[in-house]
Design a protein around this ligand. Structure first.
Ligand code: DQA
Length: 137
């Protein structure tokens, strides 16, 4: 099984960025743990702060991979283009958020990608990614 973990803007700073909200682990450290936990899954990981690069990546793998776990960061709340890209591909996409976005500022309560994805997981810290992987198994 091939799964892409796709992280959007500012998620390259996990571990340093607002640790009270997003935790103290870098994503690279967490990814190592995920790979150990799911040895049969072939993981691809991509992070970009650029909307178009996220869309290009979805197009690139969206007809061959089994699943995408997408944390679109703030683009979740703004990007019609990422929502359209998710609708355009065949691969199933799960939306994840580290924080519980519904407990935060009102502008985070709207997800423009929510209607395009298969399902959403929010608020479990980095464990949101593991829960999304479990949903593919
Ligand atoms: C986030 C929540 C978003 O509102 C925020 O812009 C992020 C991270 C999360 O994982 O909790 O960058 O997607």
């Amino acid at each position: 099984m091939k799964i892409l973990i796709l992280n959007g803007p500012n998620l390259n700073l996990l571990g340093k960025r607002e640790p009270t909200i997003y935790g103290e682990s870098s994503f690279e450290d967490y990814l190592g743990k995920l790979k150990n936990k799911f040895p049969t899954i072939q993981f691809d990981y991509f992070q970009s702060n650029i909307e178009g690069e996220i869309i290009d990546k979805l197009h690139e793998i969206g007809f061959t991979f089994n699943g995408v776990i997408l944390n679109a960061g703030a683009y979740t709340h703004t990007s019609v283009a990422i929502s359209d890209a998710i609708k355009a591909i065949e691969t199933k996409v799960i939306e994840v958020h580290i924080s519980n976005v519904l407990k935060r500022e009102e502008f985070r309560h709207t997800s423009l990608i929510g209607s395009a994805v298969h399902g959403s997981i929010s608020g479990f810290g980095l464990d949101s990614y593991r829960l999304a992987i479990e949903s593919f198994l």
